[in-house]
Design a protein. Structure first.
Length: 490
């Protein structure tokens, strides 16, 4: 975990008070006793903590669900069944979410996203209608992970264990990064439905850029096999982001969708249409192989376009960090500065920051120059707007101690998509340790003592598709390799 010479930071994976209502997922683990998420095998974490394999798996998935919950404004929980029974050769697999085709008798959303005759995933429908779709009483998705101890161990150069990146990727599929098509090798025949994503898809047919929805089934299949001619073209904000941020894999803001023949069959690859092409660089979370990134990248814009951004919502990137300000501290007072930053040059109409000091901390005062905080039963709730590329702060004055523990989280109160939810977790322990000064040698003068710099803590952190597609799901389940992430709809 994170260590610096002066401060030892608490693990982001430690327990924290996080109101259940703030979590957009209701996770149910379906493994058998003593297996998967309930495995009792002893596991020692990287910071030396003794736990079990099952408990640590649930802890890591809990970290991801918390981070993702801070990226979206939500009211209705997504019901997800999780297990560790994915077939050998997989890293993770998601079955779902289920889709519903709207009819003239269905309720439309007040934001104007939903159209009669178009299919929507249950998760986006619940977000737009602010209630679960009629007739959708079962889980929204089933997510299965590899039963691999290695996925719990951080690899060199990575910030988190592999399961964290897998879960982060799969939850974006649950949130709606998923097509409605089944093209190539489908049983009994190919299927394509106009859905939430299809209005933003295009096929470059030998220089003639065509709307995907206007194509025949054969032409749609051709697009799915076209390698670099199947494109996502969203809002102007999405196109601008693609042109400004991507070094490859886009043309005039149209981003390449993964569209590749299966090397074994020559038919459509099972992951086509539901991921970005590997030509899209920098590395994207929604590549079809596990990408070690916390940034949603272009997936944030796609999800924003298909329904998560409402009432003027936009893609944002905000963060919170805490610093033990030793320069401003004294023998009788310790100073903790908490900063909220806007990092994407778009601004935030309103954020909410919750700060929960450990009850053992003696709070002398809260300095709040922008008058944005109120006291609540757990600590403080702070609300304000953030101008583009701006920073705001509050200061806690506390009685000096060996360590200072804070928990909390930052979120937008608008219908924004935040690119990095891990940066919105304020869980940290700041502790001062003595700086060891090397004794002077006989040949060099003694060093002049200086006040050590103060490192910053890290903020941690209705209906369904045709049952005729299920045989295809089962067939596809045995075609993948371990480094691939799969989204299959039922």
């Amino acid at each position: 975990m994170f260590k610096q010479s002066i401060f030892v930071l608490a693990s982001l994976l430690g327990t924290s008070v996080f109101a259940q209502d703030n979590n957009m997922y209701d996770i149910t683990y379906s493994d058998e006793a003593n297996k998967g998420a309930f495995s009792q095998s002893v596991f020692i974490t990287e910071d030396g903590r003794k736990t079990t394999v099952g408990e640590y798996r649930q802890e890591l998935i809990g970290l991801v669900t918390r981070a993702v919950s801070l990226q979206f404004n939500h009211v209705v929980k997504h019901e997800i069944s999780v297990n560790f029974g994915v077939p050998e050769g997989y890293a993770a697999l998601t079955l779902g979410p289920s889709f519903t085709e709207l009819t003239e008798f269905d309720t439309l959303d007040e934001f104007g996203f939903m159209e009669v005759g178009r299919s929507y995933p249950s998760t986006i429908m619940s977000a737009l209608l602010q209630k679960r779709p009629a007739g959708n009483d079962s889980e929204d998705a089933i997510v299965s992970f590899a039963d691999s101890i290695g996925d719990l161990q951080t690899r060199e150069g990575d910030e988190y264990p592999p399961i964290v990146y897998s879960a982060y990727h799969e939850l974006q599929h649950v949130n709606g990064f998923v097509p409605t098509d089944c093209l190539g090798g489908c049983i009994p025949e190919p299927v394509s439905r106009n859905g939430h994503m299809s209005p933003f898809l295009y096929y470059n047919d030998n220089g003639d850029v065509k709307e995907f929805e206007s194509l025949t089934i054969d032409k749609k299949t051709e697009a799915y096999l076209s390698t670099d001619k199947f494109w996502y073209g969203g809002s102007q904000a999405s196109k601008n982001a693609a042109m400004n941020e991507l070094t490859s894999g886009q043309e005039e803001g149209y981003v390449y969708i993964y569209a590749t023949p299966n090397p074994e069959t020559g038919d459509v690859d099972g992951q086509a249409g539901g991921h970005f092409s590997f030509d899209v660089q920098p590395a994207q979370l929604m590549h079809s192989a596990r990408a070690k990134t916390k940034d949603l990248g272009m997936a944030a814009y796609l999800l924003c376009d298909v329904g998560w951004c409402q009432q003027g919502g936009k893609v944002i990137e905000q963060s919170v960090e805490a610093v033990l300000n030793e320069n401003a501290s004294s023998d009788t007072e310790a100073v903790i500065d908490i900063f909220v930053s806007e990092n994407l040059n778009v601004g935030v109409n309103e954020f909410e920051l919750n700060i929960r000091p450990n009850p053992s901390m003696n709070i002398i005062a809260l300095e709040d120059p922008d008058n944005m905080c109120i006291v609540n039963s757990n600590g403080y709730s702070c609300k304000s707007a953030l101008a583009p590329l701006s920073k705001m702060s509050v200061r806690l004055i506390v009685t000096p101690s060996d360590s200072y523990e804070l928990t909390g989280e930052l979120r937008s109160t608008g219908y924004d998509v935040d690119r990095n939810g891990f940066n919105n977790i304020l869980d940290t322990t700041l502790s001062v340790t003595p700086v060891v000064v090397e004794p002077p040698s006989s040949q060099t003068p003694a060093p002049t003592p200086t006040t050590p710099s103060t490192p910053t803590s890290n903020s941690g952190g209705g209906g369904s598709m045709s049952l005729l597609l299920i045989p295809l799901v089962l067939l596809a389940m045995f075609r993948r390799r371990m480094d691939r992430l799969i989204i299959i709809n039922n």
